[in-house]
Write a protein that binds this ligand. Structure first.
Ligand code: CUA
Length: 275
């Protein structure tokens, strides 16, 4: 249904916009291909698959982005308005629509299943039986870590038992007698799976370990479990990734990955003495 027969012409505004779009594409490609704006170093096992999905999605959408923006730059440059002439256009083209819709549908379906597969592996696969279980409670504005002690069982918590030295209120009369509380400090062992039980005592926080590719909301009234296996020793940032109040920015902590069980035990022992 072609209508009009204009071939347009190169205009100054069109050329300027075309050049701007071209520069925009160049800068975007540079920003995504340089290390400078990339993730922090990876230090967990499952994180590699998260990064892979991210890279694949970025490449696919990047190709589409570059192609469409360059096409747009070309068209606004080449086909500026000429006098009062009408542009040639058509309303429908079954073949073009079939290709665009079909291609987009297939591409997005593949990406969705790729992402679902990784999601399933992280959230719907039983954690390894030898996982070290740690509880983390988010509260304005700190992360409180709890280790179950020698019995391997967490005691109950009760808001009525909260004191200056116990921000979550552990019931010390039962299994909680040997529970160990640490504020802002978490330790794990290299290549030993960790299962984190995430809670909150007030608002929604988000337990974020950027190097481990762990990011999970802490929701009041829920205990949400997420597992990871650190692959490298060292100290890693713990952040809160959910705007939770005035001091949200300061709600941070430090995850230390020890090389051996002995180092970890020593640290835990020190916390117990402190407690
Ligand atoms: Cu807790 Cu932001």
């Amino acid at each position: 249904m072609a209508s009009g027969s204009g071939t347009g012409k190169v205009t100054v505004p069109g050329a300027v916009l075309g050049v701007l779009l071209f520069v925009f594409v160049l800068v975007s490609v540079w920003m995504l291909s340089t290390e400078r704006f990339w993730f922090v170093d990876l230090a967990s096992e499952h994180g590699a698959s998260v990064d892979t999905v991210y890279v694949v999605v970025l490449i696919v959408t990047g190709v589409a982005f570059v192609a469409t923006q360059l096409l747009l730059a070309f068209i606004v440059t080449r086909y500026g308005a000429r006098n009062g002439e009408r542009a040639a256009y058509w309303h429908e083209n079954a073949r073009a629509e079939a290709i665009l819709i079909g291609g987009t549908a297939v591409t997005l379906t593949v990406l969705v299943f790729l992402g679902q597969y990784v999601w399933y592996q992280i959230y719907f696969t039983d954690p390894p039986a030898d996982s070290m279980v740690v509880e983390v409670t988010g509260q304005q504005f700190q992360w409180v870590f709890r280790y179950p002690g020698d019995d391997g069982v967490f005691g109950n918590v009760d808001p009525a038992l909260v004191t200056v030295t116990d921000p979550i209120g552990v019931d010390r009369s039962g299994a909680g007698a040997d529970d160990i509380l640490v504020v802002g400090q978490m330790h794990a062992i290299q290549n030993q799976p960790v299962l984190v039980r995430i809670r909150s005592t007030d608002v929604i926080h988000n337990f974020h370990l950027p190097h481990m590719r762990v990011k999970q909301d802490a929701v009041p009234g829920m205990t949400i479990e997420v597992g990871f296996t650190p692959t490298d020793t060292g100290e890693y940032e713990i952040a809160c990734a959910e705007l939770c109040g005035l001091n949200h920015f300061a709600m941070s902590g430090m995850l230390t990955v020890d090389a051996t069980q002995a180092e970890f035990d020593q640290w835990l022992e020190d916390q117990l003495v402190f407690q």
